[in-house]
Ligand binder design. Structure first.
Ligand code: ZN
Length: 650
């Protein structure tokens, strides 16, 4: 495989293209750092089954059943049915379950219940996911409605205004409780909590048994204990080869949290983690992001191991060194600005292993921890993942997308010249400054915006970046070559928010995912509230045209001020109005046009990553003397290997 197309893999299915990422500079790390990465990577892979179970209570059983059929002789490789089953299984692997990773709607299988039933009957019992005393027939009765009936558990996360979001979402975070009961339960805990509340509900399932509501905590001796104990085992080995004492402390505190399930230990861990800045290697491992819960309380399990890219980190250092200047000059009401911006650290890193909710589809920037009071008192750690962004950019080159959707050749040239640079810079601004900027007014509940909170928060961070990417300051700091560059990003952002992100939406569906809602919100609000941008028709096709870049920046500033006000005051009604008006609905005619134009380009709308295999090289006594990344494993092999070597819950 030649270097230039390294990032592409041959694997493509449904709406997915699989890519690979390279561990740049890995060879130059010390043996200790390589071993640390290796053990942390093992800890990352052992959480996979947790994520599957969180994303739907039947996911693990369904995965095991499909894998049994897929790897059996009986499946009959060349029939239409077995191919459809293979595609469905690849999608299940990709999404950690039977729901689309982005849209959250349930997959429609291309194979028949009859085919699957015949397979189940033909397979030996020991390869099937039979519960104690369960017959094959009972297994089919249990799983088939979940797989085949579109009415049964149709959405993983339902955020439709007016529905009971807990009852109508299939994610496995609640059982036997209503939205009202969940909200009351956690409100009571919050009311007694003081001004440094733990993240109530983050690491547990809330269930009602015999009329009583209780939490099943995810810890070494609790729910998911089998998986968590394996993770702890790997973390213990990692602690032995930590780069410094503080880093060892971070790992040991995480182990303590996994053992106890105590959320105040998690806060302690988060503070130590955010304050550990010296190590070259870093990681995220735990119940972190809350996008998978319609109420934004429960953390999905995720893991990532990374190491600093020393050259690219220079860029984000400049930004974070000037954080206070950006805060002081932002176009929001001074009451909502932070007087002192604390510890906004920012690094460009290389990902070395992805797991759980970060695999195979992954974020390209991370900003943690999420607890507002920790962010206010201790700051946050922010990374952009350079080797993943790079893989995306390489995969996008020459696919015809710009030529089809961008309004004219001049704008295409602008994007070709500045696009990658501005993309990276906007991600940095979003992560290093955007999320860390601003403050809540005293007494405002950080969850006041409820189901709209994530969208508003992402809009706030994006707008902060959009506003500043056009600022002369960035040219002065040497981050942009000239005062034209930002236009490429403004154009690309509006095009995406108004039109092209619609290719990710199924016909008839609404926009659900928080980042997509945020982009639609910003782009459509600007269309509605000014004359900077318009839609034009040429040759029967619609195009986005930016006619006044200066005015567009003013619009971003106005919306940033309003979004910050909503967050700072906890104005739920205003958040609801803004999101429902601009961020949710899809114009069916525009959607059909965009989808058709995109379909002709034959590009997969979603991408994800195959992990490298990290192979330890051992001497005669079994000591690790080197670790070597191998990039040759296929997607299918990797997934089947993970299902067997890292199986913990089934
Ligand atoms: Zn964000």
């Amino acid at each position: 495989m030649c270097l230039s197309d390294f990032s592409y893999s041959d694997t493509r299915f449904a709406d997915i293209q699989m890519l690979r990422y390279r561990l740049d500079g890995f060879e130059e790390l010390t043996l200790g750092q390589k071993k640390l990465i290796y053990y942390l990577s093992e800890a990352t892979l052992f959480g996979r089954d947790i994520t599957f179970d969180q994303f739907g209570r039947y996911n693990l059983k369904i995965r095991k059943l499909l894998e049994a059929v897929y790897t059996s002789e009986e499946a009959g490789r060349d029939t239409e049915q077995s191919e459809a089953l293979g595609t469905y299984l690849r999608r299940v692997w990709f999404s950690n379950g039977i729901y689309h990773h982005y849209g959250c709607d349930k997959f429609k299988p291309g194979f028949t219940p009859g085919y699957l039933r015949n397979m189940v009957m033909a397979l030996p019992e020991q390869v099937l996911p039979l519960s104690e005393g369960q017959t094959r027939e009972q297994l089919c009765d249990e799983l088939f409605p979940v797989i085949f009936d579109p009415e049964v558990m149709p959405m993983r996360v339902n955020k439709s205004d007016g529905d009971d979001l807990v009852v109508t979402s299939a994610c496995n975070y609640y059982e036997g409780v209503t939205q009202k009961e969940v909200e009351d339960y956690y409100q009571a805990l919050k009311d007694g909590a003081g001004d440094r509340p733990v993240s109530f509900g983050l690491n547990s399932k809330l269930v009602k048994r015999d009329g009583r509501i209780c939490e099943q905590v995810w810890s070494a001796d609790g729910m998911y204990g089998k998986a968590i104990r394996r993770i702890i085992g790997c973390l213990e080995k990692a602690a032995e080869v930590a780069e410094n004492e503080r880093q060892r402390d971070v790992i040991l505190t995480l182990i303590d949290y996994y053992r106890t399930g105590d959320l105040s230990v998690f806060d302690d861990y988060s503070i130590r983690w955010v304050e550990e800045q010296e190590g070259r290697v870093d990681f995220v491992n735990g119940f972190i992001e809350v996008y998978g819960d319609p109420l934004g309380l429960k953390g999905s399990w995720e893991g990532i191991v990374e190491y600093k890219d020393m050259v690219a980190t220079r860029r984000t250092r400049i930004i974070s060194d000037n954080a206070q200047w950006f805060e002081d000059h932002s176009p929001v009401d001074p009451r909502f600005r932070k007087k002192t911006v604390k510890g906004v650290s920012a690094n460009v890193v290389c990902a070395a292993m992805l797991g759980g909710d970060e695999y195979p589809s992954t974020a390209i920037g991370i900003n943690l921890p999420n607890a507002d009071w920790i962010r206010a008192e201790h700051g946050s750690k922010s990374v952009t993942i350079g080797n993943l962004t790079d893989a995306y950019n390489k995969a996008a080159r020459g696919n015809g997308f710009k030529e089809e959707f961008v309004v004219d050749g001049e704008t295409v040239a602008l994007i070709e010249r500045y696009g990658d640079l501005c993309d990276d810079l906007h991600t940095d601004l979003h992560e290093c400054l955007g999320h860390g900027s601003g403050q809540l007014l005293p007494g405002v509940d950080s969850d006041a915006l409820k189901a709209y909170g994530n969208t508003i928060e992402e809009a706030r961070a994006d707008l902060f970046g959009l506003y500043y990417i056009a600022d002369r300051k960035l040219v002065e700091l040497g981050l942009l070559p000239d005062e034209e560059a930002y236009k490429s990003h403004y154009y690309a952002y509006m095009l995406n928010g108004l039109m092209t992100q619609l290719v990710r939406i199924a016909p008839g569906a609404r926009i659900e995912e928080a980042h997509m809602r945020n982009r639609a919100l910003i782009a459509r609000w600007c269309m509605d509230n000014g004359t900077a941008v318009r839609m034009v028709r040429r040759g029967g096709k619609r195009y986005v045209e930016v006619v006044d870049y200066g005015q567009l920046r003013e619009l971003f500033a106005r919306l940033l001020a309003e979004v910050q006000r909503i967050k700072s005051e906890g104005d739920f009604e205003a958040a609801r109005r803004l999101v429902e008006k601009y961020a949710v609905e899809v114009d069916p005619e525009l959607h059909a046009e965009v989808t058709e134009r995109y379909r002709r380009l034959d590009i997969a709308p979603y991408k994800g990553f195959i992990n490298p295999v990290l192979r330890p090289v051992k001497d005669g006594e079994g000591n690790i003397v080197d670790v070597r990344p191998d990039y040759t494993e296929s997607y299918e092999h990797q997934m089947l290997r993970y299902s067997s070597d890292y199986a913990t819950l089934i």
